[in-house]
Design a binder for this molecule. Structure first.
Ligand code: NDP
Ligand code: A1CAB
Length: 276
């Protein structure tokens, strides 16, 4: 099995995170190429990551063993139409990280039932702490599954899901999830400043607290509810803060937000699968 020769179509935020994570894990920059229409972005990818950045998607595809589609869902039909004629005699493993673009839709656009792995990573892949959901189309053989898993495992924790529709749930939880935690960090940092801490102290205490809580939750046998109880002294300070979250029904709010993200992925899937 080889994981060498990975080509990315689209060199934006997610591709940059994945490539940075792969290189940090020991992948040779020369084994990775990326295509993107923006000269500035290509220059930045070459300068910061040492990978070859191309203007042409066709050139990126030419010898690809694994082709990672990292473009916006709304551009996918056009990009796949451009790649389709080149895939008549060449069957790379396609890994799509696009939210809300079904495997069969990608196959239709590419004009062939090519092996597709849908991957839903997140930007912490950049620091090899990604959380990644995977689903394989029936055309993907064991070697393809292993190859996709090896690539994504290099940048984080990997979970396969049984049903393709579950990728929409993964998108809502871990794909979009870093933004939820960043928002909470922004809010806590702002609160710290309002309570009289200086900006740097507010920032560092907030980030370290998030890191510590995540590390404890990951390493402990106890569920987060138990870890929360251990912080919450009866009649103490945490109890007062948590009562404010309860008043605002934080749990219901989080569920609503996750459902909204999942529903948007489903909406994208429907729109795109009905598009020509
Ligand atoms: N960002 C995230 O956290 C996550 C994103 N994803 C998925 O990753 C995909 C990319 O998202 P993200 O990286 O955030 O988006 P970006 O807009 O940052 O990246 C997309 C890149 O593709 C480039 N591009 C535009 N047209 C073409 C083309 N014809 N051929 C090749 N490249 C092109 C864009 O250039 P230009 O800007 O000049 O148009 C841009 O650099 C999406 O499908 C998204 O659903 C999945 C998980 C998490
Ligand atoms: O917001 C989005 O649509 C993409 C998919 C998951 C994270 N970012």
């Amino acid at each position: 099995m080889t994981t060498a020769n990975i080509r990315f179509i689209g060199g934006g935020n997610m591709a940059t995170s994945l490539i940075a994570g792969l290189i940090a894990d020991g992948y040779a920059p020369h084994a990775i190429q990326v295509s993107d229409p923006s000269p500035e972005r290509r220059q930045s990818l070459q300068a910061s990551l040492g990978v070859r950045a191309l203007a042409s998607n066709a050139e990126a595809l030419a010898e690809a063993e694994t082709l990672v589609l990292c473009i916006k869902p709304q551009l996918a039909a056009a990009v796949c139409a451009e790649l389709a004629p080149l895939l008549a005699n060449h069957r790379p493993l396609i890994v799509s990280v696009m939210a809300g673009v079904p495997e069969q839709t990608i196959q239709r656009w590419l004009g062939a039932p090519l092996p597709i792995v849908r991957a839903m990573p997140n930007t912490p892949a950049m620091v090899q702490t990604g959380a990644i959901g995977l689903h394989a189309s029936p055309e993907v053989d064991t070697e393809g599954r292993n190859r996709a898993e090896t690539i994504l495992r290099a940048v984080g924790l990997v979970r396969w899901v049984d049903e393709e529709a579950q990728i929409d749930a993964v998108t809502a939880i871990s794909g979009s999830g870093p933004a939820y935690f960043f928002l909470f960090m922004e809010a806590l940092e702002q609160a710290a400043i309002e309570l009289g801490l200086d900006g740097e102290t507010a920032r560092l205490l907030t980030i370290q607290t998030a890191l510590g809580a995540a590390k404890m939750a990951m390493e402990s046998d106890a569920p987060p509810s138990r870890l929360r109880e251990q912080v919450t002294s009866p009649g103490g300070t945490t109890e007062r803060a948590l009562a404010v979250f309860d008043e605002a029904d934080l749990r219901a709010l989080v569920e609503r937000a996750a459902r909204a993200a999942r529903d948007r992925a489903v909406e994208l899937s429907k729109t795109l699968s009905e598009a020509p």
